[in-house]
Design a protein around this ligand. Structure first.
Ligand code: ADE
Ligand code: ZN
Length: 345
């Protein structure tokens, strides 16, 4: 069995995917034309998804988001994103979306949520993929705007709308000002995560844990700058959702084969890592490719990939009894996959 087939067949949970970042370039083009959104000049559609840093990427991300207007548009992009995950062997998804960028384009929360939630139901019915939604706060906007976000999001809280995140450019916008927002979300029963230590320092990872009370860290690479914090995260079993292709395109860690690439160093340090895609079509990837890339560039064997896949289930916001059942089923599948791999070798 080739590594590609193995990585696809491995049962995996996707825990870090942004909906607007999961829109295929062709779909972006179609929606932008339908909804009268001006695009930069391009010869081939793929050129729309070219950038080499986070700030430029986020501008295109916002353009994609602004191309999504009707409930049917939200349904289309969500259904396609979930199909893309299922096609890569994802069995369960927790995905972010950015209500504020749509709100600023004049779209109501009712429109966004109705299209997205219907697509989540359809994906479950049509191809058995269970998904959960994590509305995420744009940290570049004010904490007041984040409170307004909560006013609009919390009425949708349910088994499906499970938690909140914090994203966009971290470097100038640290987590601390969002402490009271996170406190309120926690009181309302929301699960909590935040992007930290991607573009900002290790102190942001500590503040996300201490001030925002997050349960997981998205990216978190710069935790490595603080060995005591690394130790604490290992002891507390904090999961980090790490996104290999995203580091190559959106950070200065461009070489996945380098021994000091943070994902490699985080693995070596013994941190609990969950492999994820961030923005799959916008970064020309899918979940299976991210596992394969890690194996190829960091010489990880198949047992290690399987352990990472099981980490994704452990870190998921599913109830404990479901996790126990799935863990038994996934472990069984993994044993067969590993044995089949040995036979083929
Ligand atoms: N939104 C989409 N991808 C992101 C990333 N890597 N960092 C911050 N915000 C994002
Ligand atoms: Zn992200």
């Amino acid at each position: 069995m080739t590594l590609e087939v193995f990585a696809r067949a491995l049962p995996k949970a996707e825990l870090h995917l942004h909906l607007a970042g999961a829109v295929k370039a062709e779909t972006f083009l179609k929606l932008a034309r339908k909804n009268g959104v001006n695009l930069p000049p391009f010869a081939e559609v793929e050129e729309l998804y070219r950038y080499d840093n986070l700030v430029d990427f986020l501008q295109v991300y916002d353009l994609v988001a602004r191309s999504v207007v009707s409930a049917d548009d939200f349904h289309l992009i969500t259904y396609e994103a979930l199909a893309h995950v299922a096609n890569a062997g994802g069995r369960y998804v927790e995905f972010f979306f950015s209500p504020q960028v749509h709100q600023d384009a004049g779209i109501s929360y009712e429109t966004m949520f109705s299209g997205i939630l219907k697509a989540m139901d359809d994906a479950d019915k049509d191809f058995g993929l269970i998904s959960r939604l994590i509305p995420a706060i744009n940290r570049e906007l004010t904490p007041d705007r984040a409170f307004e976000f909560l006013d609009l999001v919390l009425p949708y809280r349910s088994e499906k709308v499970i938690g909140i995140g914090l994203d966009y450019d971290e470097e100038p916008f640290p987590p601390a000002p969002f402490k009271p927002v996170y406190e309120r979300a926690k009181k309302a029963g929301m699960r909590l995560t935040a992007h930290a230590g991607e573009a900002g320092p290790a102190a942001n990872v500590r503040d996300a844990l201490d001030l925002l009370s997050v349960e997981r860290i998205d990216h978190g690479y710069r935790v490595l700058e603080d060995p005591a914090l690394v130790r604490r995260c290992i002891d507390d079993g904090i999961a980090f959702t790490v996104c290999p292709s995203s580091t190559v395109i959106l950070t200065h860690w461009r070489d996945l084969t380098a021994a000091d690439h943070p994902i490699h160093a985080m693995l070596d340090a013994g941190l609990k890592l969950v492999v994820a895609t961030d923005d799959p079509p916008m970064l020309q990837t899918d979940l299976a490719k991210e596992y394969r890339l890690l194996s190829e560039t960091m010489s990880l064997d198949r047992r290690t990939l399987a352990d990472l896949a099981l980490n994704s289930l452990d870190a998921a916001w599913l109830d404990e009894s479901t996790k126990r059942d799935w863990r038994a089923a996934w472990s069984n599948e993994i044993s067969h996959l590993l044995t089949a791999g040995e036979r083929a070798a």
